[in-house]
Design a protein around this ligand. Structure first.
Ligand code: MG
Length: 382
């Protein structure tokens, strides 16, 4: 395999696992970026010898430059640096695993440069789904999903006719607070919320899994990625995270994708598509699991989930507003400014307080993003 890859967000959980996959299959890495972690970014630069690295936090630029002064790597910073790496001529594919709305502009930049994107940044499609998918179509660019559920659906679509799909079944682990009541959730601590039963992930997505916002964001992503109506998406709680999602066709045949809960499998499928080569992970042993269970989610207790679905049904700026409000609320929870239960309350208030607005351009998304964040900061400061 002599593909050339840039990894945005290379020091995070998906980023480090992506580099493991690149190493295993001998990919050339031409660009790396990190938010803050200069230490790991330096190690990765020495190991993978990219031509460009970017540190998003501009205050860390001088430190990174100093650390890498004996190499000839070009050092960039900020959003311009991310976008420069996203559009490098050398890229065959850009893996975007940046956390949050920041990831949207680099995705659009890669698409406009005609580069395929392996997409792990959820917010890209939640906030800018229509714009991203129409730009990709115009530029004839492929978007390969990295998220395990969307990768599963993408895999279940291979060899079948898209127009004969009747619905998708999006599986959810249920997070650490499955079966908890509203009263129980009032007592949840930060340590409780940061413990996920099956997956080890970054802090933002771990909290999103605990509130089930993560599944709400995935619902919206699935709508855009696979061009579905919200009514065609069913969420099922599957505690073991072995069935990563499924597709039902018009003949009621349901095709699912299974595997151990390890992100390297979907990362590798996105980077190697359509090839299937040995992955640096464990094989699935169904008899080790014995039984697999499936249940309905509790939409009333987990308000983030019902709000995200309401937002995509309302359309326009609502998915973006809900996503930005959630980012601010999660940040405040991680800073001990608000209790866990308030995340859902803040996020659902946004769909009631804001008037409908269309999203026609990147600027519309930025406007919605800023207004939702201001609204949430005001609530928290009161
Ligand atoms: Mg997922």
């Amino acid at each position: 395999m002599n593909k050339t890859v840039s990894v945005l967000g290379s020091t995070g959980s998906i980023g480090t696992q992506s580099l493991e996959v690149c190493e295993k299959h001998g990919f050339r890495v031409c660009g790396l970026s990190a938010n803050n972690n200069t230490d790991l970014l330096e190690k990765q630069t020495r190991k993978f010898c990219p031509e460009y690295v970017c540190i998003y936090n501009e205050e860390k630029y001088a430190e990174l430059k100093n650390r890498l002064s004996d190499t000839d790597v070009k050092i960039l910073c900020g959003i311009d640096g991310l976008c420069e790496i996203a559009s490098l001529e050398q890229n065959d594919i850009v893996l975007n695993s940046v956390v949050g709305m920041v990831g949207l502009l680099p995705t659009l930049t890669a698409i406009n440069a005609g580069k395929d994107v392996a997409l792990a940044n959820k917010e890209t499609l939640v906030a800018g789904g229509e714009l991203v998918m129409s730009s990709a179509k115009k530029k004839n660019v492929n978007i390969y999903p990295v998220d395990s559920e969307h990768s599963a659906i993408f895999q279940c679509l291979q060899g079948n006719k898209r127009e004969q799909l009747s619905k998708i079944i999006l599986t959810a682990s249920g997070g650490p607070f499955f079966r908890k009541t509203y009263e129980d959730l009032k007592k949840v601590t930060k340590a409780d919320a940061l413990k996920h039963p099956n997956w080890s992930m970054g802090n933002k997505i771990t909290i999103d899994s605990a509130t089930l916002m993560n599944k709400g964001l995935e619902f919206i992503e699935a709508k855009w990625l696979f061009d579905l109506e919200p009514e065609q998406i069913e969420i099922v709680v599957h505690r073991q995270s072995v069935v990563h999602s499924a597709v039902e066709y018009n003949d009621y045949s349901v095709i699912a994708q299974l595997g151990v809960p390890d992100m390297k499998i979907p990362i590798q499928y996105a980077l190697l598509y359509p090839d299937r080569l040995e992955c640096p992970t464990k094989r699935l042993s169904l008899t080790d699991y014995g039984s697999l269970t499936f249940e309905k989610p509790d939409y009333e207790t987990f308000r983030c989930l019902s709000t995200a679905i309401r937002a995509i049904k309302l359309g326009g700026a609502y998915p973006c507003l809900v996503n930005s409000a959630n980012e601010e609320a999660v940040k405040a929870f991680l800073n001990d400014e608000i209790p866990f239960i308030e995340i859902g309350e803040i996020v659902s208030a946004v769909t009631e307080k804001f008037a409908p607005a269309p999203i026609k351009s990147y600027e519309d998304i930025v406007k919605a993003d800023i207004s939702a964040r201001e609204y949430v900061r005001n609530i928290i400061e009161k």
